[in-house]
Design a binder for this molecule. Sequence first.
Ligand code: MTE
Ligand code: MO
Length: 516
Amino acid sequence: MIRQRTWAAVSGALAVGLGVIGGELAAAALSPSVTPVSAVGSAVTDGLPPGVKDWAIAWFGTADKAVLLGAIALVIAVLALVAGVLEHRRRFAGRAVVLGFGVLGVLAVASRPQSSLVSFVAPVLAAVLAVLVLDALVRSLGSWTRAAGTDTEGSTPARRRFLQGAGGAAVVAAATGAAAAGVRSSQSTVAQQRAALRLPAPADVTPPPEGSVVPDGADLEVEGITELVTPSDDFYRIDTALVVPVVDPAQWSLKVTGLVDREVEITLDELLALPLIERHITLACVSNTVGGDLTGNARWLGWPVRELLARAGVQAGADMVLSRSVDGFTAGTPLEALTDARDSLLAVGMNGEALPVEHGFPVRLVVPGLYGFVSATKWVSELKVTRFADDRAYWSTRGWSERGPVKTSSRIDVPRSGARIPAGDVVVGGVAWAQRRGVEAVEVRVDGGPWQRATLARPISADTWCQYSTTLRLDAGSHTLQARTVDRTGDVQSEASVEPAPDGAEGLHTVTFTVT
Ligand SMILES: Nc1nc2c(c(=O)[nH]1)N[C@H]1C(S)=C(S)[C@@H](COP(=O)(O)O)O[C@H]1N2
Ligand SMILES: [Mo]
């Protein structure tokens, strides 16, 4: 009977929906960093072959998290409908499927580094709820089916009982969902703790060291060009976390372990009491394509990592620091990048405020000159002093390079691709970067013609990007514009087109527009 089968599928959806929502409510209350759904998503993320992941990032960009959650919801929904039909056909068959997925949920939670014993309550509760509701609804549906088969008269009360049960389940699911959303939004504790955190002023030094302040002439104030210092809200975000790790600043500490004379541990209060410094540093993601927007420049407040490493005493033979996040992400940074004169920071502040939660609150690493995947660990909890020969970091086990110096590059912000510009002077502008080496010049060329030097803004430091601009007089018609950076060692940005994997894109940003 088609109709009964539809109702069986609906029963499955209601049972599994109620279970999943109940599980998320329990997790929101008990274990906000690890919910069954987020754990499955994270386990899938970590388990995906690198090719699939790169493909997903290429197709969906920063929406990849939403796409993954959508895909998981779809799989759960299909499974739920099937489980309902199976259970109606054969007692226990549907419940077995639901239980199987419950086991997967438990395994996914177990695979999360942040999970604790209490994190298992949610997936177990979800499975038990789904099984009980499925059993009750399908049994009630069975009575209706049997009644309808024998006497049509008697089928009405059975039908009513089933529909009441199903309706009740839907109402409870909706109420539970609302409760889960309520608990989530009341969980402002970390947001409140962040707002309450008082950052110390940077240590007072005269004259201010390079990189600490924006000098006159650093901002060309060209319309449409990238802002010199990226507002935190606009700063690109890249990480593997489906749910932003919730770290209680009072509980946070950072341990230095591995090849050290003595393990040291530092709390946030201790860190904040140290003489902190502030530097502008331009971060870049290795996945950034030529002309892409996975770069940002911010003012970071923090304590030099080299000071902490000195406290621990790095032993001979070490050449790498494996930094670990509370969520299990790791980055492998060459030891020298954390001990040489550059100001690699244990950052607590971004643009004058405590780190935003999604940018690593309460503490992250910021290392000038290296791509984020080998250096910029957010929600950092451990620095293990080790050797490249002994340890491998998250992305290096997934096909990306072990070393990740940022490649010299540039981006054209204006004119935009496809723009139609009235005849006359055409304003060209953008940003260029060559972290560590510094930008010496930016050159532009039109329609493959000769390279011409643009006006370069005064850099904040060698570790920040630099604005450039020039004005061109062009004939009406379609034009192609390219830019390239010359660094202070005299090296010129590479022209050959290279994909981001495994160690960063290369090539020239090319923009085509029309002068009318
Ligand atoms: N815990 C954690 N830290 C992380 C990552 C991550 O996935 N997890 N991604 C890294 C990468 S690949 C980059 S490019 C930078 C991005 O930092 P942002 O999100 O603050 O821009 O963070 C790095 N730190
Ligand atoms: Mo990245």
